[in-house]
Design a protein around this ligand. Structure first.
Ligand SMILES: NC(=O)c1ccc[n+]([C@@H]2O[C@H](COP(=O)([O-])OP(=O)(O)OC[C@H]3O[C@@H](n4cnc5c(N)ncnc54)[C@H](O)[C@@H]3O)[C@@H](O)[C@H]2O)c1
Length: 341
């Protein structure tokens, strides 16, 4: 068997626990060699919980990991403002980097991450777990096979009635998160829509943001509670979007809906539905791919790219395009004008 990929985790909070280590635990090709968090209770907890961490050393300073020649790759699960800082340090130290979403808070930061990866010849990937859900994999195969025709329009959303993540934490502090539901949830669904549309180049964006629920909060909340927007692409396609942590709606939902010339499709929560004309009749079809959040597939793919040179399905340029879109929606919301990309 090939050498195991030696991975260090920086940031041992909820996602490192629930979606990263829970999958590393099942992956024989990966060894967890170090855990880093400024909160020692977090790495102590994870070491006790996961067999794959039993031999890992712990540190409160991520620079220790940059200096450790035994580490091949670093998985960054910190608050958003640290993604670019830690990634650039690790790439310059010769490590491959997988970072949680959003890639970073600004497009400039993501460009600097891409430049560090290129300069050091290392793999840089941002978590795109929604590309790896069974529904997304199935639909992508159909689209690539031409079964949906040309995808010319899409809508995506992730809306919650009352769903501020970890109230009182860094999530609602703009300086640490970069924004509210747009940057937190938007990155998932906009990416999935664009991936399924064939990653067209965004050319212009309009957006609106709202902050209508601040009376509900007794903690710092200086981000939007809802964002809407509209993206136009260079191939003439368009994408409408809507994200909320708090809004008065019928129910929480997340979806990507595509209009294709041969078939339409929607992935809503974990379900896939197709809308297609067969023998003169419009039919709804319900394929049944079932499964996970997609972190397992995303982590396996990262390891495969690093170890076997497999073509990555995510490129840093796609990350730059994504964060440019998010930044432009915020800019458009402030200026009231369309932003050209
Ligand atoms: N892909 C997904 O589905 C998904 C879901 C949730 C969160 N996330 C992303 O994962 C990241 C972490 O989110 P979370 O919910 O786990 O947050 P969290 O607050 O639970 O965890 C963050 C951890 O980072 C640690 N940390 C802070 N500063 C540090 C530093 N300088 N060095 C080392 N560790 C440090 C904190 O102590 C904390 O334990 C965020 O970027 C978030 O957007 C992704």
């Amino acid at each position: 068997m090939a050498n195991k990929l030696k991975v260090a985790i920086v940031g041992c909070g909820s996602i490192a626990d629930g979606a990263h280590l829970s999958n590393y635990e099942k992956n024989d090709g990966i060894e967890i060699v170090a855990l880093c968090d400024i909160d020692t209770t977090r790495f102590d907890y994870l070491k006790g919980k996961y067999k794959c961490c039993a031999n890992a050393y712990t540190t409160t300073d991520y620079k220790d990991i940059a200096k450790d020649e035994n580490v091949d790759a670093v998985d960054i699960c910190t608050p958003n403002y640290l993604h670019s800082i830690v990634a650039i340090e690790m790439l310059n130290a010769g490590k491959h980097v997988l970072t949680e979403k959003p890639d970073a808070m600004t497009a400039k930061e993501v460009e600097a991450m891409r430049d560090a990866a290129d300069k050091n010849g290392r793999v840089l990937m941002a978590m795109r777990n929604n590309r790896f859900t069974p529904a997304a994999i199935h639909l992508k195969k159909m689209i690539d096979n031409g079964e949906c025709g040309e995808i010319y329009n899409a809508r995506c959303a992730w809306v919650r009635k009352r769903g501020v993540p970890k109230p009182g934490s860094w999530f609602a502090k703009k300086a640490e998160s970069g924004g509210g539901p747009l940057i937190d949830l938007g990155v998932h669904m906009i990416d999935l829509a664009m991936y399924l549309m064939g990653n067209p180049k965004p050319v212009s964006v309009t957006g609106t943001t709202f902050n209508k629920f601040n009376n509900n909060h007794d903690y710092t909340f200086d981000v939007e509670d809802m964002a809407t927007g509209y993206i136009k692409f260079d191939n003439g396609a368009s994408l409408a979007l809507e994200f909320s942590w708090e809004s008065n709606i019928i129910s929480d939902t997340r979806y990507v809906e595509l209009r294709g010339t041969k078939a339409g499709a929607i992935i809503e929560n974990d379900d896939l539905r197709l809308f297609i004309e067969r023998h003169g009749t419009m039919c709804d079809e319900y394929p049944h791919p079932r499964g996970s959040w997609g972190h397992d597939g995303a982590i396996r793919h990262f390891a495969d790219v690093v170890q076997n040179g497999t073509d990555p399905i995510f490129t840093p340029q796609q990350g730059i395009n994504m964060i440019k879109i998010l930044n432009a929606i915020y800019e458009s919301a402030e200026t009231g004008k369309e932003v050209l990309l």
